[in-house]
Structures are given as C-alpha cells and as structure tokens.
Design a binder for this molecule. Sequence first.
Ligand code: C2E
Ligand code: MG
Ligand code: MG
Length: 240
Amino acid sequence: ENRFESAIKNKEFVAYFQPKYDVKTERITGAESLVRWINPDGSMVMPGDFIPLYEKDGLIVKLDEYIFRYVCEFQRDLMEKGQELIPISVNLSRTSIHHSDIVERYMKIVEENGIPFSCVPVELTETATLNNVMIRDFTEKLVNVGFALHMDDFGSGYSSLTSLNELNFSAVKLDKSLIDYIDQVRGKKIVQQAIDLGHGLDMKVVAEGVESKEQKDCLKEMHCDMIQGFYYSKPLKEED
Ligand code: C2E
Ligand code: MG
Ligand code: MG
C-alpha cells in the first residue's frame, strides 16, 4: 500500500497478455490482460499477492483503470501501425461498481484513444455479497455504452445462475476448477451442460486453465468456442 503511488508513477505495473485460441481453427482470436508488478530490481509480483489487499482498501479501482488505459493505448498503437485488432479483455474488480462514474471514465478512455469498444471487453466476477440491483444497473450501463461483458470464473463458487439470467453477458468463462475434472464422468457432464447453457443463452464459451491436449480435445468435441490456458500459452510480455 505504501508503495502503490510510486509504483504507478514509475510504471511498475504492466499488463501481460494471455492469448485465447479459437477451438476450431486453433488461431488466436482474443487475449486477456493480467496485471504484473515489476519491481525496480526486475523481480515480478503476481496479482494474487496484492489484489486481495487492494480490493479491501479500494486501491484496486485506481489500478484497474490504470490497466484499462494501458490496454486501450496498446490497442491504439496497434491500430496506428495498421495491425488487425483482436479483443483484449480487462478484469474489473467488483469494488469498482460502487463508483458510479466508472462507466463514464472508461468510456472516455476508449473515445480518447479512438478505438472500438469491441476491442476491450470487460471481465466481471460475481460475488455473493453483491447488491443485485446495483450490479444490474452498472452492467446495463456498461453494455449500453458499447462494452462487451464477459462473466469470469463461472463455476468457481461465486458466479451464480441468477446473474447469468439477469445480466447481459456475451461470453462466459468456465473456471479452471471445472476444467480440472473434465476427465471424470460427472465432471465432463457438468462442463458439457455448462457449455450448452452458455450457447442456449447466445453466449460464447471460453474454457480457462486448459493445460493438456486431452482437455483441449475433449472441449473441442463439446463445441466449446475458445480456450485460454498453458496448453497453448502462458500470459506473455507485450512484445511477445
Ligand atoms: P482470472 O481473471 O481468472 O485470470 C486467469 C488466471 O489463471 C491468471 O492468473 C492466469 O495466469 C491463470 N491461468 C491461465 N491459464 C492457466 C493454466 O492453464 N493453468 C494455471 N494453473 N493457471 C492458468 P494470474 O495472472 O495470476 O491472475 C489471477 C487473478 O488475478 C485473475 O484471475 C484475476 O481475477 C486477478 N487479476 C489479474 N489482473 C487483474 C487486473 O488487472 N484487475 C483485477 N481486478 N484483477 C486482476
Ligand atoms: Mg479474468
Ligand atoms: Mg477466470
């Protein structure tokens, strides 16, 4: 917490990008931005070591906006170089929904950079503690200004079926904990039903944490749309 402001100023927070692969073509069709803290000595701190703290003290709202701007500027640079843009999703902490001006601020950043809204989808994780009306209004606003909304960590315990019903998600990400059981009879059935549920609600389905060829083949058979996981690629530095 003490070093947060100076870390922002010194640009110690960077985004890594983990590609998402199209299951049929096995080509990259998207990516997710994941924050890393690079210390002045070059060592790297993973988000699990600071995000829980920043969610408690509220600094996460600033960090999320910083990473969001970082990704928008990255997309703008690619666009200016004439490269084809693929969507790079950003994580938005649930803490942010308590700040009513977040949607306007994010909208402004997109517009300042002159990029399409579709190239920065927003990943949101549900929690049991959320006030339903509040999150519904917030997500409606996000979608109305043009953002694509992805439900993160589906099946991990926090994302509920109710929120799939109430909120306007265009994609659902199946949590690694579901994929880990795909080699078991019951586990496989759950993943298949989750994929069918997503498709039935007109959503794209992304499997997270895919580590093996067996898992990949199984997901292909089940008509999952996209795969993100170490099997294809770890999160990469922006140059890579
Ligand atoms: P997440 O959004 O669900 O991101 C996926 C996490 O799973 C990433 O961990 C990624 O490196 C990891 N992962 C992907 N494929 C595999 C795999 O095949 N095997 C294994 N074992 N892991 C895999 P990471 O980067 O450590 O991020 C952890 C969490 O921290 C993220 O989970 C997200 O909730 C949060 N996070 C990361 N960046 C941000 C950010 O900028 N803002 C906010 N609010 N949260 C962030
Ligand atoms: Mg995510
Ligand atoms: Mg996730």
